[in-house]
Design a protein around this ligand. Structure first.
Ligand SMILES: *Cc1c(COP(=O)(O)O)cnc(C)c1O
Length: 436
């Protein structure tokens, strides 16, 4: 494809990073199910190992099928380079280990995905990397928590499960005032709804398990680099000094605007091995070819469900950033792609059931659903439902639930792309049984 044209999102979702196979003519991206790649000569091998020639050596480091996924997600995010990992958790870990070491500090939103709170608050803490969690509703909370050893700010475009929207531009400004990169988990929005780089984010991470794959079949993660952050500002000597892990390479000097990605690949993924399998990359690529269509359908259905729930007599409250009544609507208008005259909101929403025992009603609602699936995932073509207070947040006391922003009556829906009339029918009949 010519580089002269600024291709639209749908065209990039289908073509970016891929060409017909030059050997066989295969139009679909081949699955290069191989661990290793034959060198042309001893000299070629040496130059690959010296990072003087680009090419494949071993699939823990790079693989041609995985490379198509990496290029495609970089193109969809408007980034410079990407690295795929085995899961979303692995992508976050790899993204952060590329710039953090024992003694460093992170400032992160307190409303992050629970798995990420555990990874940073417990896992990284054990490695001697401390995280301060702050309420992201006030951007100044990030600034106030920054210390001399802080090396990254971390947030989610749309929080899960609170569905709160981050002011990426404001947090990026705080980060850049202190010479720090802003890492954004863009999983819930997807690159179709929001491109965090457009608002100043420096690194984007995805659980590709969710909307990118889109069908609940495959675990994967992706890290994308904007290519704009100045890693030579004195805070990141690991990127500017000779690398002990990769025979003296200076990643930023040698690779410039994709030096961070090269370090994540050649040091972290090579040493820690959270690599994506080619088959999984191929499955995620199949999903991405329809990302733009699915995200429109997810957002339209979620808005219709949110509007329906708003006027439902058995519903106490609804939280969806695409609703004009949402406290996050203005941020959604600013940061999210528009559709049908309003901002897209992706497919996740929460609501509360009106009942004397709302926790019990939440459990009964879930049990009464016919085809809405009760499970702990999001971003599937199928509509998914969960009651956090009786599942993911079950062990928390009422006070702890309140602090986490999870009320006893909260139901989370990941609205799928089935016919919306059927989704509304299932919700209505389950609500009737829940409060009967
Ligand atoms: C699911 C999820 C993750 C973790 O991704 P996995 O692919 O399950 O490892 C991280 N962040 C968010 C927002 C998620 O929803």
């Amino acid at each position: 494809m010519t580089q002269d044209r600024n291709y639209g999102f749908g065209t990039r979702a289908i073509h970016a990073g891929a060409v017909p196979d030059p050997v066989t003519g295969a139009r679909a991206t081949p699955i290069h199910q191989t661990t290793s790649f034959v060198f042309d000569s001893a000299e070629h091998a040496a130059s690959l190992f010296n990072l003087q020639t680009f090419g494949n050596v071993y699939s823990r480091i790079s693989n041609p099928t995985v490379a198509v996924l990496e290029e495609r997600v970089a193109a969809l995010e408007g980034g410079r380079a990407a690295l795929a990992c085995s899961t979303g958790m692995a992508a976050q870990m790899t993204a952060l280990l590329a710039i953090l070491k024992t003694g460093d500090h992170i400032v992160a939103a307190s409303t992050l995905y629970g798995g990420t709170v555990g990874q940073l608050g417990v896992g990284f803490a054990r490695l001697g990397i401390e995280t301060t969690f702050v309420d992201p509703a006030d951007t100044e909370n990030f600034r106030r928590a920054i210390r001399p050893n802080t090396r990254a700010l971390y947030g989610e475009t749309i929080g899960n499960p609170l569905v709160n929207v981050l002011d990426i531009e404001a947090v990026a400004k705080v980060a850049h005032d202190h010479g720090l990169p802003l890492v954004i988990d863009n999983t819930v929005a997807s690159p179709y709804v929001c491109n965090p780089f457009a608002f100043g984010a420096d690194i984007v991470v995805h659980s590709a398990t969710k909307y990118l794959g889109g069908h609940g079949t495959t675990m994967a993660g992706v890290i994308v680099e904007s290519g704009k952050f100045n890693w030579a500002n004195g805070n990141f000597p690991e990127l500017t000094e000779p690398s002990a892990a990769y025979h003296g390479v200076k990643f930023y000097e040698t690779f410039g605007d994709f030096g961070y990605t090269m370090k994540a690949r050649m040091e972290v993924n090579r040493s820690f091995g959270a690599t994506l399998a080619p088959m999984s990359a191929w499955l995620i690529l199949q999903g991405i070819e329809t990302l733009h269509l699915r995200m429109q359908a997810h957002s339209r259905n979620a808005l219709a469900v949110a509007r329906h729930l708003q006027q439902h007599p058995q519903v106490a409250w609804v939280n969806y950033p695409g609703l004009p009544e949402s406290p996050y609507f203005a941020l959604a208008q600013k940061q999210f792609r528009s559709l049908d005259g309003g901002p897209m909101g992706s497919g996740i929403l929460t609501f509360g059931i009106k009942a004397t025992d709302p926790a019990k009603a939440g459990e009964r609602f879930i049990d009464a659903c016919e085809f809405l699936s009760h499970l702990a995932n999001i971003g599937d073509a199928k509509t998914l439902v969960i009651h956090p207070a009786s599942t993911t947040h079950r062990q928390l006391s009422e006070a702890e639930l309140a602090k986490a922003g999870v009320s006893a009556d909260m139901v989370r829906l990941s609205v799928g792309i089935e016919d919306v009339e059927d989704i509304l029918w299932d919700i209505d009949q389950a609500l009737n049984k829940a409060v009967a």
